[in-house]
Design a binder for this molecule. Sequence first.
Ligand code: CA
Ligand code: CA
Ligand code: CA
Ligand code: CA
Length: 746
Amino acid sequence: MLKPTSNSSHQSFQIRRNGAAPQAASTTPSEETPAAPSDSLDIGSIKTEPTAAVADSRPTIVEGEVLVKTKASLFKSDQDSLLESLGATVKERFEFPEELFKSFDGEVLRLQLPDGLTTKDALKRLAGDPRVQYAVPNEILYLDEMEAGAPEQGQGQAPDDSSGHMPNDLDPKLWGLHNRGQDRGTVDADIDAPEAWAKTTGSNNVVVAVIDTGVDYNHPDLVDNMWTNPGEIPGDGIDNDGNGVIDDVHGYNAYADDGDPMDGHSHGTHCAGTIAGQGNNGQGVAGVAWDAQIMAVKIFDDSGKTSSDAILRGITYAAKNGARITSNSWGGGQKNDLIKEAFEKSSAFHVMAAGNNGRNVDRRENYPSGYEMSNSISVAATDRNDRLANFSNYGQQEVDIAAPGVQTYSTIPDGRYGFKSGTSMATPHVSGAAVLMVANEPDITNEELKQRLMNGADKLSSLRGKVASGGRLNIANSLEKDNIAPGDIRDLAARAESAGSIGVSFLATGDDGYEGKANSYEVRVSEQPIQTLEQFLAATPYDLGKPVIAGEREEFRLAVAPSTEERTMHVAVRAFDNLSNASPFAGSEVTVPAAQLAFEDSIEVDTQGWTTEGTWGIETTQGKAVFSDSPGELSPNEANQSITSPVIDLSTFKSSALMFDTSYKLEEEFDQVHLEVASVPAEGEEAEWAEVKAYTGSADPKHEVVDLSGYDGQKVQFRFRLTTDRSYTEDGFNFDNVRVLGQKTA
Ligand code: CA
Ligand code: CA
Ligand code: CA
Ligand code: CA
């Protein structure tokens, strides 16, 4: 039976603590560490760099410098007087040529401040200056590394029935490209690369800049896919093409401002291999694109440190020298108008990592992925089972799409290969996909690239409400040009099977009208009429299986929350094709019979019948009594304590459900309340508690419905178990108005 998939349910993450100071500007997520594969490759020891304490002690700005964007067409005398008023000198002048940066109106200067004038004071003085558009600090960012385990290997994989085009170097470790269930993965939890390669494998005409720690341009799987600057003569010490950089043959070291972007770190080389490791060359890996021109733009030094000036030089170089796509597996720090504008006004398409803090970036943004731009896309990470990675940032507004990014296998320096995890690894999957799209349609616009990447994503319940597209990259879909929506859903009928179950049946529609197969269904149920799209989108969503061929009959069962009242429920269905073209929705209504109470406690007086541990008890606020984990206080630290319900007899019930009201405030991720259920065990045996839901973070008062149909016919108990870590707690968790309902079978 299908269960409702709540939009609002709070996903539980296990993430590393990355610093308690919410305003810290220094963390730069996007990377996990390599883990040695099981064969002979050795990729070095695992660094577990910054804990919060380390990160917070590192400088976050270059003190004594500011970056200024002056007003357009400022007279030289005005600029001179601006410098004079600060006592500053120009350390660097950035050039944003008009043909590459649409309307970058104004000049960008990096100023050296005089002794005694701090960056902070200078920014204050520049804030209202009529000669200045804006000024920002020269911020320092660090590429942080986390640990990543190697996959459990040697598990079986499904027979290869893919109709796609296979290279001779599609290593089974490349689950993100083609997942046959190897290493405990899920079949087809991948970007459908072989299906895409049947159409295109890339092109040596597409230039993709890897803005990162550099690239090992001698790596045997990358050497033939490196961008080579046509106007530059290597090693003659002369800037032959006059682009401002001497001997920049394969890219640019923007950190050191020289022509050698060799990667002494490994992060950039790893990203490059995912984008465009040479495919079908009999060795190593295949990239998402087998062919491309990788322009190495090194903005980080080999320790993983960079600053805004290097970032600006890097973005500018990529645009000036013809990058069609830039891949940005880095981020962090404060909002920076200058970096935003450089990205926004360059003609390239920018792919950006959403970051690895495991947080909702709609609430607290990550940059540069959080900048609203029509020529960029931000990327979360999924694992080999199509779950959102536990470290991945997410956000229905700020994050556009997800892509494989856990235990990604790719190139690392010195001709080797290794695993890394992070939204850093998800990002190059999307960059490589963009390479294929540009190779296939050279005139595609940035807006089309973004739209098609998002529309083609495979919609997943794990990503609904987490990323704007609700899906994980599927490049085979995104290569397709398809504006024809599926036809109407026909012959929709709904009938009540019990107080908690509705059967739905309809005739399948197709990909284009009634041709072919639709790609997915969206089914929603409400007690309110569903007549408008707005009402449809406000109803409770359900996941249905993959559509059958047009004209065949679909049958699904939906679990709905039982009620003690008989009521009319409204069901509506629409179909999507593989590019998110939607059919109109069709609706039906059904009378659902009343359910009966198996248990009720409105919790007004005491804890009678309940078993409490630790600080659980009654709390009364505004004349209303609720159960609280810590009445009148903050939750305790290092807690593991439960409140357990009386025994509830469901032996004559079906379609049972538990309902209660709750509100809570818990330290996100680290403090949790686990809702657990167990059948009453036989005499002398231990109860086996199964977690049905976990709560963390905070929530305003809400009504919860938890399906207990798995316990129909049994005697059960449920409990709320609070677990907290050793530091910092919030108000805690409370609940009220507990009911268990089901339909009487006898
Ligand atoms: Ca596939
Ligand atoms: Ca040059
Ligand atoms: Ca290869
Ligand atoms: Ca279609």
